[in-house]
Design a protein around this ligand. Sequence first.
Ligand code: FAD
Length: 388
Amino acid sequence: MSTGTTDAATSLTTLAEDEQLIRASVREFALARVRPLVREMDEHARIPRELIDGLFDLGVMGIEIPETFGGSGARFFHAVLAVEELSRVDPSIGVLVDVQNTLVINAILRWGSADLKARLLPGLASKRVGAYALSEAASGSDAFALQTRAREAGGGWVLNGRKLWITNAYEADLFIVFATVNPDAGYKGITAFIIERGTPGFTVGRKEDKLGIRASSTCELVLENCEVTAANVLGEIGKGYKVAIETLNEGRIGIGAQMVGLAKGALEHAAAYTKERKQFGKAIADFQGVQFQLARAATDIEAARLLVYNAARLRDAGQPFLTEAAMGKLFSSEVAERVASLAVNLLGGNGFVKDYPVEKLYRDAKIGQIYEGTSNLQLQTIAKQILG
Ligand SMILES: Cc1cc2nc3c(=O)[nH]c(=O)nc-3n(C[C@H](O)[C@H](O)[C@H](O)COP(=O)(O)OP(=O)(O)OC[C@H]3O[C@@H](n4cnc5c(N)ncnc54)[C@H](O)[C@@H]3O)c2cc1C
């Protein structure tokens, strides 16, 4: 894959050849393999394993993993394109791929020892799903108030506590779990651990019954005297807050991409429907009132995409991107909700029923303003930048 950067003279949305290729292949997969399953996955709240295997075969479950470890050896921007294209068809599949790449693999690539990389990356590139467990019942926005405790014992660590809201947990084999080694040290006690499914004392608990992204699993994790070896500490003891902050800063660009894809999907459904549906003797798309609503939605989506692509390209170029990522997630999640809502309106009664895809996209849109930092938390990040 090319390591290409954008030419300063071209638009942020102009794609290099390798970027066009990944977008086209993911689009093809999304239409052929994901689209036929969308309604069933939403109803049954699960993703079939064959579809996950298909995502591995497509190469989108290990986008930034070097080819030497069996990955695609591509860039973060490619992950953003993959998440966007999948979310255009089903945001649940978008977030599965997003968490795998922008949180789990990203953290291991940046903070993993040579031993952890050699042990974990080939599996993550070929068949193993990852999950990222920071949140707890009493610590969401205030994530570093977490209470899961790690005690040193026999050269390793023993973890006790519970994690809540963990995406991919039902399917995952491998979990990045944040715990504190010293509650008195505040955020400086937080440490990241790798826990593999099957480790004694580790259980994946109840699956949440959700409003949207229903196919994406969200589960509780229970740790009861769960023994973790010293070799499975990710990064340094007491530096887990850095692992969390830095990966979430990048992860939220992926959520921005999920929301851009969702909005684009909703607009496409609305545009197609309004060209077909006739009222007052003509297609409703012939009414200027409808055209202007579609035009405003398209403008919103383009603005959201520019913010998200800008943050992703800055990240790949090694430039600061914190504020841009927060703006991208904040704005694109609002756009997704607005555009999905418009799509419901423009489909009339059909927008309100499950025979058409837009009511699901409307439900799915809501999560963009909640996970990986609520909108208020994004505003806080942006305000800090303004006020110093
Ligand atoms: C479907 C789903 C998937 C998720 N996946 C994961 C995952 O994979 N891993 C993981 O670790 N977590 C995950 N989460 C958790 C998610 O990140 C949290 O729900 C989120 O950070 C908000 O935390 P909370 O739910 O405790 O809300 P709270 O923090 O209690 O927030 C409630 C409200 O208060 C507001 N608020 C809080 N503090 C402030 C403040 N200082 N200023 C202004 N307003 C404030 C918030 O904006 C929000 O509107 C997931 C959640 C969901 C619903």
